[in-house]
Design a protein around this ligand. Structure first.
Ligand code: VAH
Length: 311
């Protein structure tokens, strides 16, 4: 059995669908604190799970003895800043609960997402390497950096086969994004089609590493399917698809909607978060360890987003 905790989120929704294609609907248990607000197409088993309630989690592990667990439940950067203690509690204690149970029930492989949010104002901004100064200044980034240290610790000390990716901003159309700083790059497509204009909360020249969800899901599964001996990073792999600014994204959208207008809102706290993150990422370790290669660039992603949202 495969268990996906946080199945209703932006990543979880698509990961559950992909895993069910690979392993069969009945073998992938979708878990979240609330039922999906729409039926996941090939709806399979769903269970209510709150990662902070260890007894419920324990029952889940005891019942399914999962061979793989994906822990995606978390508060993201912007939401986390509105509720720092909850973000730390959910992101950190949720992970610690799952690490313990994965060990106790001998889960073969555990997946836990990190983020480029683990980098901070003093990290190198361009082609940010796998190892460098990491001084995150959001609770989300702090929790992800601490979580990476715990993951590596559980691998080194207990041999737990846990794998992780530092996702850049993820762009998708199937499930709503959840309170991130990079979500302008999703809202812009909806507004471009609905209103022909968008007011970005990030400034014109704010360049950030991004990835199309199709690439993120494929990369996650490729990492989980890679032979353990190929995995040289047990904290979390740098990974990226592309980098762009709101201005560059708007120009690409104009190739499809010539009249599209991009404006900018008043100063927004998410601008400070974005400014603390890298402009681009060096993911050469993922390339060499498990042959990572993105398939979507800016133009292919923009076309795919607009074609799917237009329907
Ligand atoms: C966020 N989408 O904005 C997430 C992600 C790198 C960005 O971690 O918080």
């Amino acid at each position: 059995k495969i268990v996906v905790i946080g199945s209703n989120g932006q990543i979880g929704t698509e990961l559950v669908t992909e895993l069910r294609k690979n392993y069969g609907d009945g073998n992938v248990i979708a878990c979240d604190i609330r039922r999906p607000d729409y039926d996941i197409k090939n709806a399979g088993p769903f269970e209510f799970v709150n990662v902070l309630e260890k007894d419920i989690l324990n029952q889940l592990f005891r019942k399914h003895k999962p061979t793989q667990v994906y822990l995606l439940a978390a508060l993201l950067s912007a939401t986390g800043e509105q509720n720092p203690k909850l973000a730390w509690d959910l992101n950190m204690n949720g992970l610690l609960n799952v690490l313990d149970l994965a060990l106790e029930y001998k889960t073969a492989r555990l997946y836990w997402p990190s983020s480029i949010a683990v980098f901070g104002p003093n990290s190198p901004k361009d082609n940010t390497p796998q190892y460098c100064i990491m001084d995150p200044n959001t609770v989300y980034g702090i929790s992800k950096l601490a979580g990476e240290r715990w993951c590596e610790y559980y691998f080194q000390r207990y041999g737990l086969d846990i794998r992780s990716i530092r996702y850049p901003g993820l762009i998708s159309w199937k499930a709503a994004p959840g309170g991130g700083t990079t979500d302008y790059a999703i809202h812009i497509f909806h507004e471009a089609l609905k209103k022909g204009s968008y007011q970005s909360f990030l400034s014109a020249e704010t360049e950030l590493p991004m990835m199309y969800m199709d690439d993120a899901i494929r990369g996650t599964i490729e990492l989980m399917d890679a032979p353990a001996e190929n995995i040289s990073i047990r904290s979390s792999y740098n990974l990226t698809g592309m980098s762009f600014t709101p201005e560059v994204l708007a120009e690409e959208i104009k190739k499809h909607i010539p009249a599209f207008k991009l404006g900018y809102t008043e100063y927004d706290q998410r601008q400070a978060i974005a400014a603390s993150w890298p402009r681009s990422i060096d993911d050469s370790r993922a390339q060499s360890d498990w042959n990572w290669k993105p398939e979507f660039d800016l133009s292919k992603m923009t076309a795919d987003m607009l074609n799917n949202l237009k329907k």
